[in-house]
Write a protein that binds this ligand. Structure first.
Ligand code: HAM
Length: 430
């Protein structure tokens, strides 16, 4: 076979492997999110990683994610497909296809693909924890969805997180606002160059969250959507705020928060972390998309949800040195009986695992000192030694790998002995 360049056997630019021990944090985060979602009545949805490209066109033909960053391809049957750049479109497509009885409350953990300029906190494959609710117009569900994500972050002890809240208005309020905004921006466009004018003409809302310094002044003084809300949209927004206040969830009104997809209506929100670089400080965000199901050929159905990036969350946790506790091995079993002890080691490790304990061992007839080294490296709480003297008394020697303290425990009482000590410290920060 011809030799291929070394980089072929490296992960492509912008994607990465998540390996232990970092992946232990991931497992904990997913588990905690799953638990919270289940407690709020959400079921897991597992969807495809690719869809017909039209599914994603519906979420924003004019957005960067859809028009510039999508991984599109044709399959061998000539179908135009795309890797999922985000989760909402797939969930709504599944809703339209299967017509579950609303309210339909689902959560997911899934990879998304965007051909981005790769940098810290911005990748070409990223993972999101997300939740979506279809079929409920009630502002109580906006509050529930925001509270779900807020509670998840709160549990993790993250500080420096701000919730930005906005309303994008509804079908009645949006057109009037967009023309007022366009007129204002074009009035002030003369000194701001042709790119500004082109963007405003295509979609003036897309200019609102610009990071271009020269545009800030004009954009900062632009009319705000929340001043142009229809009466029902204003009332809905007020009720969402009342609910958040009742739950003591603090937020900041962010009239220039437009978010990156065309489907948003009414409530939008974003949790931002000051531990992340300003250009990608969004930990997670979402909002309502009351017209999307209908656009995909389904019945008119309101919807709301969020997506929360896992990589950015891990970055924020690392910056605060507050990675969540991960499961730790209770015991590392050391065979001090040579070849004759190999099967006894297999049996003991298996018994401990069957009792619900975390247990591991070394393989391949390693020396006793090498096995103790492996025990230290494993992060286990105790080293359990099958030794000749102890075996004569049907016992094992147990060493606390942190303090070095050693005791003898009857072999048939070992699982109970280890279990009794679990609550006291079997979970530690990695
Ligand atoms: P999004 O704001 O595009 O929204 O992404 C949600 C979160 O995913 C972001 O806040 C960020 O944490 C993470 N994220 C996005 N792009 C990247 C990237 N290139 N690298 C690393 N992390 C990233 C959505 O995707 C909507 N589907 C959210 C939603 C659900 N709206 C309603 N329902």
């Amino acid at each position: 076979m011809p030799r291929v360049p070394d980089e072929v056997f490296r992960a492509p630019k912008g994607v990465h492997d998540v390996l232990p021990p970092e992946s232990g944090t991931w497992a904990t985060l997913v588990g905690r999110f799953a638990d919270r979602a289940a407690r709020s009545g959400y079921g897991l949805i597992v969807g495809p990683v690719f869809e017909h490209v039209e599914v994603f066109r519906r979420v924003g033909e004019h957005t960067d994610v859809v028009s510039k960053e999508m991984y599109e391809f044709e399959d061998k049957g000539g179908r135009a497909l795309a890797l999922r750049p985000e989760g909402t479109a797939s969930v709504v497509r599944a809703y339209v296809q299967h017509r579950p009885t609303p309210p339909w409350k689902v959560w997911y953990v899934a990879p998304n693909f965007r051909y981005e300029r790769a940098q810290k906190g911005r990748y070409r494959q990223h993972w999101q924890l997300g939740a979506e609710v279809l079929g409920v117009d009630d502002p109580a569900v906006d509050v529930e969805v925001i509270a779900l994500l807020d509670g998840f972050y709160r549990d993790l002890g993250l500080s420096g997180v701000t919730l930005a809240l906005n309303s994008m208005g509804d079908a009645q309020s949006r057109p009037g606002y967009v023309s007022a905004l366009r007129a204002y921006l074009l009035d002030h466009a003369s000194s701001l160059g042709s790119e500004f004018r082109e963007r405003v003409e295509a979609n003036p809302m897309r200019v609102l969250d610009t990071k271009v310094p020269d545009w800030q002044d004009v954009v900062g003084r632009a009319p705000q959507l929340t001043e142009h809300l229809s009466e029902p949209a204003r009332e809905h927004f007020e009720q969402v705020q009342e609910g958040l206040q009742a739950l003591k969830i603090s937020y900041e009104l962010a009239p220039r928060l437009v978010r990156g997809f065309d489907y948003y209506t009414r409530t939008t929100f974003e949790f931002q972390s000051d531990a992340l670089d300003a250009a990608q400080n969004a930990l997670g965000g979402g909002g309502r998309y009351d017209g999307l199901a209908e656009e995909m050929g389904g019945p008119a159905t309101p919807g709301i949800g969020f997506g929360a990036g896992i990589e950015r969350l891990v970055l924020a946790l690392d910056a605060a040195s507050s990675a969540p506790t991960t499961r730790r091995l209770d015991a590392f079993v050391i065979n001090g009986l040579g070849d004759a002890g190999s099967v006894a080691t297999t049996v003991l490790v298996s018994e401990l695992r069957e009792e619900g304990l975390g247990a591991d061992r070394a393989y391949g007839g390693r020396s006793v000192p090498a096995q103790w080294k492996a025990a230290d490296r494993s992060g286990a709480r105790y080293g359990v030694m099958l030794g000749r003297d102890e075996a004569a008394r049907d016992a094992v020697a147990v060493k606390d790998l942190e303090t070095g303290e050693q005791v003898e425990v009857p072999e048939n009482g070992l699982a109970t002995w280890l279990s009794d000590r679990r609550e006291l410290g079997s979970e530690v920060a990695r």
